[in-house]
Design a protein around this ligand. Structure first.
Ligand SMILES: *Cc1c(COP(=O)(O)O)cnc(C)c1O
Length: 430
């Protein structure tokens, strides 16, 4: 049934006058979709409610932080108590200490942690720290991994024999471009050659051990293990960017699942329970390089904001083995419902391909059926067009996906049996 979204349409027109593209982060602009942005004014559990009073099952979950769903009652209660005590002090407080302790107790390789306000900041700091620690300049990253919008990470692979990288955004100076090397995910040969060539210049390799920002590009464990070995051989740091995978695939993220210890890890999203947050963590030896102890500078007016610390801790406290078991079981059920729908729906709808939902724990991605995608080179060129049709079909059924073909979906613990039954009804072929 077609849903009316007149008020959303009006608000978008107004917003475009006041804000570039009408939104405060590009993907929210629904570029390439037939639908215009949906203005939300309420959320609870697995559901979003828009200003036109439509209700949607949310599979975007604010792009990852909400592993408990919207407005989890325990987090809410803690936030209410915290609000009574003020919301920023700009000085030492106990909330961040509690969160730091909780994490350091549970993740063996983390001896120290520093909280900041976003994943972007965390990556920016990890890179500066790696350069300060190793006294080297070059950073290796991989095509298809996203590390926030700091200059040195907005670099894409170059073309031609020179392999000199290009900025992926205007406004990134060429000096910065020079110091970021962009390689192909999974290409060990290229990685080995790059290390051999730049030998003593590589400060760090940064990777999403589960790349989940340009589709879900599940990597071969062997590649990640070799990456660990090579970084050791060449005295470069290995930075795992677990802003998305941390606390989602396991409490200790991919590093726990793979049993690979990075030198530094960056967190964000879940670690703040849905409030703005980022963190860098690692061994004391490296972390001690940060100001005020060491000479690598990093600071923040609202860093370790008490509300974010409290929401983060209240969230992390619920993430035990039983939690992950339930979450992953629900994710599998959801995947099966979608795939059943995809296998039976191509004659009813204008989806000129049979689609497939793939998943890794509670992250999923929708792709044309039967292909294996582990690097951006494998992504079919028609994926955005096919996704746009699918998005329209689902949105009118009351199912909200992240509004871009390259974004993954998220299942939360609030996607429970009731929600799964509702989803099944919404997607049943009639
Ligand atoms: C979301 C994300 C970031 C950026 O975090 P922000 O809080 O949006 O700045 C960085 N790295 C990864 C892997 C992410 O998923």
């Amino acid at each position: 049934m077609k849903k009316e979204r007149n008020l959303s349409s009006e608000l978008f027109i107004e917003s475009k006058k006041l804000v570039p593209g009408g939104v405060h982060s590009p993907v929210r602009g629904f570029k390439g979709l037939n639908t215009t942005p949906i203005f939300i004014n309420k959320a609870a559990g697995a559901y979003l409610y828009d200003v036109d009073n439509n209700k949607y099952i949310d599979f975007c979950m604010s792009f990852g932080p909400l592993i408990l769903g919207h407005k989890d009652s325990d987090v809410e209660q803690e936030l209410h108590i915290a609000l009574e005590r003020g919301w920023t002090y700009g000085t030492a407080e106990e909330y961040s200490l509690k969160l730091a302790k909780y994490i350091i107790d549970k993740i063996p390789f983390i001896e120290q942690i520093r909280f900041m306000n976003s994943g972007t900041e965390a990556v920016m700091t990890a890179i500066r720290l790696a350069r300060g620690y190793t006294k080297k300049n070059k950073i290796i990253k991989f095509s298809g991994c996203y590390h926030g919008h700091t200059d040195s990470m907005l670099i894409k692979a170059g073309s031609g024999v020179t392999q000199i990288a290009d900025a992926s955004s205007k406004g990134v100076p060429s000096g910065v471009v020079q110091d970021t090397l962009v390689l192909e995910l999974g290409d060990l040969d290229q990685l080995q050659k790059t290390f051999a060539h730049y030998k003593d210049d590589i400060a760090a390799v940064i990777i999403e051990p589960l790349p989940a920002n340009n589709g879900l590009l599940i990597q071969d464990n062997n590649f990640l293990k070799k990456l660990r070995e090579l970084t050791k051989t060449y005295d470069a740091l290995l930075i795992f960017d677990e802003v998305i995978s941390g606390f989602r695939v396991a409490f200790g993220g991919m590093s726990e699942l793979l049993k690979i210890t990075p030198d530094l890890v960056t967190y964000g999203k879940i670690i703040g329970g849905g409030l703005p947050v980022g963190a860098v963590a690692g061994s004391k030896k490296i972390m001690q390089m940060l100001a005020p102890v060491g000479d690598v500078y990093q600071a923040g007016t609202l860093s370790a904001n008490p509300l974010a610390m409290i929401a983060g801790l209240a969230t992390l406290k619920k993430l035990n083995d039983n939690f992950y078991e339930n979450l992953n079981a629900n994710s599998t059920e959801i995947k099966n419902i979608f795939n059943n729908f995809f296998n039976n729906c191509d004659c009813d709808y204008n989806l000129d391909e049979t689609l497939e939902m793939i998943n890794f724990k509670s992250l999923f991605w929708i792709i044309p059926k039967g292909i294996k995608i582990t690097s951006i080179k494998d992504i079919p060129s028609n994926i955005s067009r096919v996704f746009s049709n699918l998005f329209d079909i689902l949105i009118d059924k009351g199912i909200y996906l992240a509004p871009n073909a390259y974004e993954v979906g998220f299942v939360s613990i609030a996607h429970d049996k009731d929600v799964i039954t509702t989803l099944n009804n919404l997607l049943r072929r009639n």
